[in-house]
Design a protein around this ligand. Structure first.
Ligand code: GDP
Length: 332
């Protein structure tokens, strides 16, 4: 690789792979730093049809977070929400296990309508992002249906039945991504990962099994990451042996994997040029192969999100310099 072909440090396209809540926090920090230079490749394995509506929970979390209208009290859904629809639905004896706020409902109704009229999910989300003043690209990993299904102590469960209805209580024995083998990544995802000015590819601190693996299972995406001309960096979702939120550590235990950042690095083996871990796990640094950057990774405020995003980009830029060197120090 020739140095002069590389984008200038601090410039170029940033691609981040993410799921919902955890991923969206770093996505927001990145968007505040690089704006329209950011492409988010978002998990659609959680998508499902409910009450005849097409629902895309991770895409919508990213949309609401970057649009500044995420519900901070609930930790999901839209701010300034009302629940008249749910109350009326429950009154009729309808399915009330999946909460749909009134404002949120508008997004699902319009998406369902547009998809039925033949518009792609990618195109619909681009319009929704524009409507919310978002300059980053929010890209579904694929326009083809890929559905995460779990083999559990209660049998086969579609993702939302496991995650929302059963609140992640069943023991997970295995995870499959139905439809993945015949799916294709969307054209803008491929373009973003092949951008001549690619600066960094970031695996957000999302659940590796439920949010990042479905993206990597979309045919072609793993190979695009392996061939990426820019550093691929993951931020560990595990801090001090626990997940910040959600079932990541529980699933790791159930699958016989220790809840450590080392295990996260091993999970992404063959893909990473570097891993970002939290200060409290600094002692783990020596147990992880390859470059490790230690910094506070708990994102409570928007400033935390921006700070971590800045650290990740700086780390990526430093590794890119190493990649440009003929005696490339970083092995994948
Ligand atoms: P979901 O799709 O809504 O479950 O969200 P993600 O998969 O994107 O994120 C879930 C993961 O985010 C969990 O493993 C959490 O440990 C991780 N996470 C959430 N908040 C933070 C944070 O502030 N810092 C770090 N490092 N990880 C976080």
């Amino acid at each position: 690789m020739k140095t002069e072909l590389l984008p200038e440090a601090g410039k170029g396209r940033v691609v981040a792979l993410c799921g919902g809540v955890g991923g969206a926090k770093l996505a927001l920090g990145l968007s505040r730093l690089v704006g329209a230079d950011l492409s988010l490749v978002v998990n659609t394995g959680d998508d499902f049809e409910h009450l005849g509506l097409s629902i895309s929970p991770d895409l919508d979390t990213v949309l609401y977070t970057l649009g500044g209208i995420a519900n901070k009290e609930l930790g999901w859904g839209r701010a300034d929400e009302s629940w008249n629809f749910m109350q009326a639905l429950a009154h009729l004896g309808g399915e009330a296990w999946f909460q749909l706020g009134d404002r949120d409902l508008a997004l699902h109704v319009e998406r369902t309508h547009q998809l039925r009229a033949g518009r792609s999910l990618t195109d619909f989300m681009a319009g929704a992002a524009r409507a919310h003043g978002i300059t980053a690209s929010i890209l579904p990993m694929s326009d083809d249906p890929i559905r995460t299904t779990l083999t559990t102590s209660e049998g086969q469960l579609p993702f939302q039945r496991y995650f929302v209805e059963r609140r992640c209580a069943p023991t997970v024995h295995g995870i499959a991504f139905e439809g993945a083998s015949s799916a294709r990544p969307s054209a803008p995802v491929v373009e973003a990962l092949q951008a001549p000015d690619l600066r960094a590819v970031i695996l957000c601190p999302s659940n590796p099994f439920l949010s990042i693996d479905p993206i990597l299972a979309t045919p072609g995406i793993r190979a695009l990451l392996e061939q990426a001309a820019a550093p691929v960096i993951a931020v560990s979702p595990i801090i001090g042996g626990a997940a910040v939120k959600g079932p990541t550590a529980k699933i790791m235990a159930e699958l016989g994997v220790p809840a450590t950042s080392r295990a996260i690095a091993q999970h992404y083996e063959g893909l990473l040029d570097g891993l970002v871990i939290d200060d409290v796990d600094a002692g783990e640094r020596g147990t992880i192969d390859g470059p490790v950057h230690v910094t506070p990774t708990l994102m409570k405020t928007d400033e935390d999100r921006e700070h971590l995003a800045r650290e990740v980009l700086r780390f990526a830029d430093s590794l890119r310099t190493a990649m440009a060197n003929p005696t490339r120090a970083v092995a994948r």
